[in-house]
Design a protein. Structure first.
Ligand SMILES: Nc1ncnc2c1ncn2[C@@H]1O[C@H](COP(=O)(O)OP(=O)(O)O)[C@@H](O)[C@H]1O
Ligand SMILES: [Mg+2]
Lengths: 277, 271
């Protein structure tokens, strides 16, 4: 116990009238050193890019030129038809890639759940997830285009390989949070391992599973619209062609359509996920 | 008949939860394991069907050594031991019927289990057992809609559907109010009689154990410190189990009243 300073009224001690929030750094010197380094780093990064005032000015002019060329957007019947075709291809790519991706990502999620598999298997599962996460859809798109050529097949492959990075990772986290008691109860009935997964594990994560699948579909729509930029099919490829032909009116029409479809997908996905949960 | 010999369990953490535990359970006996919390009761029950892996000793059920089994054989052995849990452990998002019929998983192929394609005879038994545990008509309710007592009834039905040779129950009444606890104990007694199988129950409440058990095993710090009929569980025996007093005689059974010196008890009660 301390020296009886238990908050008695009689105390004549004087208390300090200032108080400072403890710093997360050791002391003020370290704090200012860290701030100084941060500022220096930002300045160095800016200098490293060599962005001169001239360059910014020229860029602004070019930007204004492009935007002017994009107005009005070209929604002639022919343009509308080409947008529609590209969009149908993109959305189909997204749906097919979601289905295949989810089917492949589910077992990977189990492998990446620490509580369900032995340690070495878990490490392999996590590695697959991390690699898939590390590779952006566009990078995978470039690889897939090189492997199978231009077109929607490359797009689907890219999206499928990108899915575990999202779906398996989040599902694995949910699997790690399940109630072990329910799993024990099913194990105790003499069920085999697959039956334990089906009866003890799956029901606990099913709503989340469906929610994640819809969410992934929404992400895939966004990604499939853009992945065509590297030649992997869909509306992105139409967009790329329009740029190549300096057809900026058509480009802006495509961009507006992509925004509309992505927003629509997002709204639909949010509504649908809410209904499931 | 279940026969446990020299069972030991040391957790990877170094915690020695069980040491040299031997016991037999046979016929349609109701045997109750009592002991303070942390004594190793749950570990004991879970080692028997190997939800927890014992580190020493052996478990033999009807002549078959369960300790060394793996894969399909272990599953078959587990199928023969119905288990009832303190927290009921129903699969919350499944219906009552699916929970009850999950007791037959050990008899079903994975494909049939996935398709909910149960044996007609099992479905019939499921209805019958649900009726017996007082849950008739609730087969389509989801488990998470039920009260604690109802959940435990479904848990018992699930265990019975396994056609077990023994029922293991880990504090089946601890999460229930006194009245429901009694109903659950009555039900377990009845099942034991009707199915002609023994029941091994961990119980926290000594009074329930004395009332329902035909034999009581007292566990303290992972060791058996008492074994005998409820009548022999006098205050001295309870002191030994719950306060760690030295037993008057090597076997606590049938000891004299004077057995434990008071000072001994006092010394050990400073927990
Ligand atoms: N999974 C575990 N890992 C490490 N120690 C454990 C584990 N489960 C139980 N124990 C320890 O083993 C001892 C017995 O626990 P338990 O069997 O749950 O006792 P009871 O059911 O009688 O309360 C306790 O000291 C507990 O801390
Ligand atoms: Mg316990």
């Amino acid at each position: 116990m301390a020296d009886g300073s238990t908050g008695e009224y009689a105390s004549e001690e004087s208390f300090p009238s200032t108080w400072e929030r403890p710093t997360v750094f050791y002391n003020d010197a370290v704090k200012w050193l860290v701030y100084g380094l941060l500022v220096a780093f930002v300045l160095w990064s800016a200098w490293e890019m060599r962005v001169s005032a001239d360059r910014i000015l020229a860029g602004t002019e070019g930007g204004i030129g492009l935007v002017t060329a994009m107005v009005p957007p070209d929604f002639t019947p022919d343009a509308r038809m080409r947008i529609w075709n590209g969009m149908v291809e993109s959305v189909s790519m997204a749906i097919v890639a979601t289905i295949i991706g989810v089917v492949l990502s589910t077992p990977i999620a189990v492998l990446a759940a620490e509580n369900l598999v032995p340690r070495p298997v878990y490490v392999v599962g996590r590695a697959i997830v991390s690699i898939s996460r590390a590779l952006h859809e566009l990078v995978l798109g470039i690889i897939a285009v090189i492997a199978v050529g231009f077109g929607p097949l490359a797009g689907v492959i890219a999206l499928v390989f990108a899915t575990p990075g999202f779906f398996s990772k989040l599902l694995a986290e949910d699997l790690e949070d399940i109630d072990a008691g329910q799993v024990d109860a099913i194990r105790a009935t003499g069920a085999n391992q697959l039956q334990v997964l089906l009866y003890g594990v799956a029901p606990q994560v099913l709503p989340r599973f469906i929610g994640l699948a819809i969410y992934r579909w929404d992400i895939n729509i966004r990604a499939s619209a853009i992945i065509g930029i590297v030649g992997a099919g869909g509306i992105g490829q139409t967009l790329l062609n329009s740029f190549d032909q300096y057809d900026y009116g058509f480009s802006s029409a495509i961009i507006l359509s992509i925004i509309a479809v992505v927003l629509l997908g997002e709204v639909a996905s949010a509504w649908w996920r809410r209904r499931v949960q | 008949m279940l026969s446990v010999s020299e069972l030991g369990k040391t957790y990877p953490s170094g915690e020695r939860a069980l040491h040299d535990v031997s016991m037999e359970v046979a016929g349609k006996e109701i045997v109750s394991i009592i002991g303070p919390s942390g004594a190793g009761k749950s570990t004991m029950i879970r080692c028997i069907n190997r939800l927890t892996e014992p580190t020493e000793g052996s478990i033999v059920l009807d002549g078959r050594d369960v300790t060394g089994l793996s894969g399909k054989e272990l599953q078959t052995a587990r199928r023969e031991m119905g288990m009832i849990f303190q927290e009921f452990n129903l699969v919350e998002r499944l219906t009552v019927m699916e929970n009850v019929l999950s007791g037959t998983l050990g008899y079903l192929s994975t494909w049939n289990a996935f398709r909910r394609n149960y044996q007609g005879e099992d479905v019939e038994r499921a209805y019958e057992v649900l009726d017996r545990v007082g849950m008739a008509g609730r087969e389509n309710a989801r488990a998470d809609e039920l009260s604690g007592g109802q959940r435990q009834r479904v848990g018992i039905a699930r265990a019975v559907l396994q056609r077990p040779k023994i029922i293991l129950a880990d504090e089946p009444t601890s999460a229930l109010d006194p009245e429901t606890s009694r109903a659950v104990m009555d039900l377990l007694t009845e099942i034991s009689r009707d199915e002609d199988i023994p029941v091994l129950i961990n119980i926290h409440e000594v009074e329930l154990a004395r009332e329902y058990a035909e034999r009581i095993v007292g566990l303290r710090e992972g060791e058996v410190v008492f074994e005998g009929p409820p009548e022999e569980l006098d205050s001295d025996a309870r002191n030994v189990i719950y306060r760690g007093a030295e037993p008057a005689s090597p076997t606590v059974v049938a000891q004299e009243k004077t057995g434990v010196s008071i000072s001994e008890v006092d010394k050990e009660t400073s927990f």
